[in-house]
Ligand binder design. Structure first.
Ligand code: HEC
Ligand code: HEC
Length: 372
C-alpha cells in the first residue's frame, strides 16, 4: 500500500518534472523565436490609408468585381481565390482575353505586411498594386484608367458607396480611391495561426515535429531571409546564391528578377523574399510556379540559398513547422459578397425611351440592401 502510494507519487513527481523540463525547453525555443519572428498584428494599418469600415466594405465588393475588366471576366478574386487561400493554384494565372501572366500569383492574405508588392517589388504597396491592376495588360486589361472608371460608373450602386467611403469628395470614383478601398480591405486580411498562439505562450499549439522544424528553420539559416511577422516580405535577395536557381527548379524561362525593374547589375536574379504565412496552402511555389510540392521547395531553398543538403527528417520537420503557419481565413474573405446590380442603369443612348433621367439607386433605395 505504502509502496503503491510512493510509486504513485514518484510517477506524478516525474511527470511533473518532465512537464517542467518541456516547458523550459519551450520557453527557450520561444525566446529564440521571438528574437527573429513576431506574432501577426490584428490589422496591417497604414498612415497613408487609414482603415475605415466604409472603405473596407466597399473594397471587399470591388475585390470580387468582374465587370470593370476589359472583357468582363476578371476580378482580383479570379487569381486570388478565397477557397485557395488567396491564390489560383496555377503556375501562372490567366487574365483578361486569356492572357498568361509572367509570374505566379502570391496570396493576398497578410500581403500588406511587406516592404513592397510583387515578386520584383515593382509596386509600392497594396494600394498601388490594386490601382495599377486596372490597366495591367494580362490583368484587367483596360487600355487606360478612363475606360476602367467608365465601367465602374456604369454600375450605379457604387456611387453612394464611394461617397460614404470618401466623404467630402466631389467625384470620389477615381483609380486612386479604387486602390484605397481595396487596399483597406486587404489590410484587414490577417490570418493568425498556431505559430502565433505558440509565440503567445501556448506550448501545445505546435506539434513536436513543428517545434523541431522551428528550431531547424533557425539553425539551418532560413531565418537569414525569412523573418519578422510574415516570415518574409522584409527584404530582397538573389534567388540562387550558391548555384543558378533554374538548375534546381527546372524553370523553363529565366526571369532576371529585379534587374529588369532597376537595371542595376546587383539586382540580377533578385526577388523579394516571399512571406511564408499559409505557404502549405499556396502551391505551386516560386516566382514562376515551377515547383509543385512544399518538401521539394524546402530542399531547393537549402540547396540554392544556403548550399546545404537537408536530410529527410529535417525536411519533414521544416514542413511541419511551415504547416503551423496556416491560419484561419477571415470571415469576410471566405464569405463571398453579392455585388451591386447593374440592371437599373439605362444605357446613355436610351434614357429618353422611358422619359427623363435614369433613376439611380441611392444608399437608402430598396435595391441598395442587396449588397451589404
Ligand atoms: C490575372 C490574375 C490576377 C488578377 C486579376 C489580379 N492579380 Fe494580384 N497578382 C497576380 C500576380 C501574377 C501577381 C504577381 C505579379 C508579379 O510579381 O509580377 C500578383 C500580385 C499581387 C499582390 C502582391 C502580393 C505580394 O506578396 O507581393 C497583391 C497584394 C495582389 N496581387 C492583389 C490583387 C488585387 C487587389 C487585385 C485586383 C485589383 C489583383 N491582385 C488582381 C495575379 C493577379
Ligand atoms: C538568402 C535568402 C534566403 C534564404 C536563406 C532562404 N530563402 Fe526561401 N526564399 C528566398 C527567396 C528570394 C525566395 C523567392 C524565390 C523566387 O523568386 O521564386 C524564397 C522562396 C521560398 C519559398 C517559396 C515560397 C512561395 O510562396 O513560393 C519557400 C517555401 C522558402 N523560400 C522556404 C525557405 C526555407 C525552408 C529556407 C531554409 C532552408 C529558406 N527558404 C532560406 C530567400 C531565401
Amino acid at each position: 500500500m505504502i509502496r503503491r502510494v510512493l510509486t504513485g507519487s514518484f510517477l506524478i513527481a516525474s511527470t511533473a518534472y518532465l512537464a517542467l523540463a518541456a516547458t523550459a525547453a519551450d520557453q527557450d525555443l520561444r525566446t529564440q523565436a521571438l528574437g527573429v519572428f513576431k506574432p501577426l498584428p490584428a490589422t496591417m494599418a497604414s498612415d497613408d490609408n487609414p482603415i475605415t469600415p466604409e472603405k473596407v466594405a466597399l473594397g471587399r465588393l470591388l475585390f470580387f468585381e468582374t465587370r470593370v475588366s476589359v472583357d468582363g471576366t476578371v476580378s482580383c478574386s479570379r487569381c486570388h481565390q478565397p477557397f485557395l487561400y488567396g491564390t489560383d493554384a496555377l503556375p501562372k494565372p490567366i487574365g483578361a482575353e486569356h492572357r498568361v501572366n509572367p509570374r505566379n500569383s502570391p496570396t493576398v492574405l497578410n500581403a500588406a505586411l511587406q516592404i513592397s508588392a510583387h515578386w520584383r517589388g515593382d509596386r509600392k504597396d497594396v494600394e498601388d498594386q490594386a490601382t495599377k491592376a486596372l490597366i495591367g495588360f494580362p490583368s484587367f486589361g483596360n487600355p487606360d484608367f478612363g475606360v476602367a472608371m467608365a465601367r465602374l460608373k456604369a454600375i450605379p450602386g457604387y456611387a453612394p458607396l464611394f461617397a460614404k467611403a470618401f466623404p467630402g469628395q466631389a467625384d470620389p470614383i477615381t483609380p486612386d480611391n479604387w486602390g484605397k478601398a481595396i487596399g483597406a480591405y486587404e489590410r484587414t486580411l490577417v490570418t493568425p495561426a498556431p505559430f502565433d498562439a505558440y509565440l503567445g505562450g501556448h506550448d501545445a499549439a505546435l506539434s513536436r515535429d513543428a517545434k523541431a522544424g522551428l528550431q531547424e528553420f533557425m539553425d539551418v539559416g532560413c531565418v537569414a531571409c525569412h523573418s519578422g511577422a510574415g516570415l518574409g516580405g522584409t527584404m530582397y535577395s538573389k534567388f540562387g546564391v550558391t548555384e543558378p536557381y533554374w538548375k534546381a527548379t527546372g524553370s523553363k524561362g529565366i526571369d532576371k528578377g529585379r534587374f529588369d525593374v532597376t537595371k542595376d547589375s546587383g539586382d540580377m536574379y533578385v526577388f523579394k523574399v516571399p512571406p511564408l504565412r499559409n505557404v502549405a496552402m499556396t502551391p505551386p511555389y516560386f516566382h514562376d510556379g515551377s515547383v509543385a510540392a512544399l518538401p521539394d521547395a524546402v530542399r531547393i531553398m537549402a540547396r540554392v540559398q544556403l548550399g546545404k543538403t537537408l536530410n529527410d527528417e529535417q525536411v519533414a520537420h521544416i514542413v511541419a513547422f511551415l504547416d503551423s503557419l496556416t491560419g484561419k481565413l477571415p470571415a469576410d474573405f471566405v464569405g463571398v459578397p453579392t455585388l451591386p446590380p447593374s440592371a437599373f442603369a439605362e444605357t446613355p443612348s436610351q434614357p429618353a425611351a422611358r422619359g427623363g433621367a435614369p433613376r439611380l439607386p441611392t444608399a437608402t433605395s430598396p435595391g441598395a440592401g442587396h449588397y451589404k
